[in-house]
Structures are given as C-alpha cells and as structure tokens.
Write a protein that binds this ligand. Structure first.
Ligand SMILES: CC(C)(COP(=O)(O)OP(=O)(O)OC[C@H]1O[C@@H](n2cnc3c(N)ncnc32)[C@H](O)[C@@H]1OP(=O)(O)O)[C@@H](O)C(=O)NCCC(=O)NCCS
Length: 291
C-alpha cells in the first residue's frame, strides 16, 4: 500500500481511556498479520489483548504512547522501563492504516524516551516473518541478535535428575539477581519481584543452590539459568506455557533439540533485536516477548 499524502501524525502519552481502542487494534493487527502468513493469532480473543494493554497502560514502570491521525487513534506502543535495559512492545497499528509512518513515529517516541532516561540499551522481539517490522527496526538502529523459536506443548520428561524446582519467594531475589548479573550483566529484579507477587516465579536448585529462575514459563516471562539442564528442569516443571509459548533461542542447539525430542512444537519464528548495549549472555536463557 503506497500512501498518496503524508498524514499529520500526533504522538501522545496513552491514558486509561485509550485502552479499549488500542486493545482492539492490538488484536486486529496481530491476527491480521499472522493470518496472512498462515500462523495462529497471538491472542485467543480481543478481550485478552485489551487486558494486556490495560495492564501495560496502567503499569508504573511502563511508558506507553498512542498515535493519532486527524483525531483518530491508529495505534500504540509501550516501553518497559523496569530494568537498566529497556524493552519495546507491543507496537501495533490499525491494519487499515499501516505503512503510513505511524509505526516509525511510535518507535521514535519510545527510543527518545529511553535515551532521556539514560538506558544503555533497548531490546525487542520481532515476528521473524514480518518484512515491515524487520525493516523498520533495522533502519532505526536495531541489530539482529538471536533467532528464536516460539514453542508450545508439554514435555514428555517431567523432571531432570539432580534438579529441584520450587516456587520462588522473596528470599530468593538476591540469588536470582546475582545469577542474572552473571549471565546478562544486569538484573530484572523488579520484574522478578512482581512475578513472585503473582505466584508465577519458580527457581531451580542443584547441589543445594539456586542455578536458575523463571518469572513465568510463558510468552511474557523470561528465564535465566547457569546451564541447559537447569532450564530443562524449569521447562519440564509446568503443564503448559501461557500465551503462544516460550521463546527458545534457536542457536542453543542442545536445548532446542531437547525441546523437540520432548514433544514441544514450534509455533512461529521470532527474532531478538537490540539497540545500544548488548552483551552475549554467558549461560542459558529464554527471553520474554518484550526481551
Ligand atoms: C509493524 C508496524 C507496527 C509498523 O507500523 P507502520 O505504521 O505500518 O510502519 P511505518 O509506515 O511507520 O514504517 C514502515 C517502514 O518499513 C518500510 N517497509 C515496509 N515494507 C518493507 C519491505 N518489505 N522491505 C523494506 N522496507 C519495508 C516502509 O517503507 C517504512 O519505511 P520508512 O519509514 O523508511 O518509509 C505495523 O505494521 C503493525 O502493526 N504490524 C502488525 C503488528 C506487528 O507486527 N507489530 C510488531 C511486532 S514485532
């Protein structure tokens, strides 16, 4: 679709009143995109997308913006400011108004904000089959870091010998943050504390110490561990993964093969991208859909 004129695009901070429209756009944008490429929709119903947008628009550590053309909301974007490294998404534009510059403006708004905050780096996860978002993010300075396989299912192995998985509690926070520093160079303690509060966080212990944690085995959760066996123990400890699935770094061939041998199925390919500081992780990890 080629625009005949460049419309005036207004970017402003999102408000709770914007939730129903932006949530519906989010649902429509991802379902339309995925359907065009033969993939299932990321959300089972519009209410799920509206619920996620509602949570993000009211979360204290998220900076969310909407784009308007002639007074009409055409899309939104969010910046996760919970850790030293910021995360972007979900960004969505009304499918009938895409490719007219609103997405670029929404990306520029969160990049500017992140720079003002002094964050050393920004990351995001992109639908690998989407030519437009790949091109947009690359032209804005994001580099491809990791191909990811979104995977769903239940592992046939239900436990890993020598690894004990249990719910995480606040007393585990320091050990988990230290682990994250060793693997990634920064921690995601705010996110982890929230996950402990919501009861989704788990830790794995091996040899009497914490060797891995997850905020949630889910699309919106991340996991960090010393080794693949620790991650395998976490993955094997749940019955299913919330949302479309977990994001397995496809270049972690050992883990990816173990997931396949255990019956997990690939749902869709995705890509981790970063702008600014990026350290190659030294350990085993699963990103969330934010990063
Ligand atoms: C991705 C999305 C947010 C982008 O918003 P948008 O308003 O459509 O994008 P814009 O018009 O601002 O920018 C698109 C850019 O990609 C370029 N582009 C589009 N298709 C391209 C292609 N096949 N190859 C190269 N460049 C391409 C356009 O020319 C434009 O570049 P420009 O700004 O230099 O002119 C929007 O398309 C969307 O909601 N998609 C569905 C949901 C989604 O995928 N969200 C992102 C999840 S990672």
């Amino acid at each position: 679709m080629t625009p005949t004129t460049t419309p005036d695009i207004l970017i402003r901070r999102a408000t709770p009143q914007d939730v129903p429209v932006c949530g519906q756009i989010c649902y429509n944008a991802f379902c339309t995109l995925n359907a065009a490429h033969g993939f299932p929709c990321d959300f089972p119903a519009p209410e799920v997308a509206i619920g996620i947008i509602s949570m993000l628009f009211s979360a204290p550590d998220f900076y969310c913006v909407v784009a308007e053309i002639e007074g009409r909301i055409v899309g939104s974007n969010c910046l996760d400011e919970r850790s030293a490294i910021h995360g972007v998404g979900p960004i969505t534009i009304d499918p009938t108004l895409q490719n007219r510059g609103a997405g670029r403006k929404l990306m520029e708004a969160v990049i500017d904000r992140s720079h003002e905050d002094g964050a050393p780096g920004i990351r995001l996860v992109q639908a690998a089959f989407h030519n437009r978002s790949l091109s947009l993010y690359t032209s804005l300075g994001f580099d491809i870091r990791e191909p990811l396989s979104c995977m769903q299912g239940r592992t046939t192995e239900r436990a890993i010998p020598g690894c004990e998985v249990r719910p995480a509690n606040p007393a585990d926070l320091d050990a988990c943050n230290a682990l994250s520093h060793r693997v990634h160079g920064f921690d995601r303690g705010v996110e982890l504390a929230e996950a402990m509060h919501h009861g989704t966080a788990r830790v794995v212990e091996r040899g009497g110490r914490i060797t891995g944690y997850t905020t949630n085995l889910a699309f919106f959760g991340h996991s960090t561990a010393e080794s693949n066996v620790d991650l395998q123990a976490l993955i094997a400890s749940v019955e299913s993964f919330e949302g479309p699935g977990i994001l397995v770094p496809s270049r972690n061939n050992t883990l990816f093969r173990w997931c396949l041998a255990n019956g997990l199925r690939v749902v869709q390919p995705m890509t981790l991208m970063s702008k600014g500081l990026y350290n190659d992780p030294s350990g085993a990890w699963l990103p969330s859909v934010l990063f």
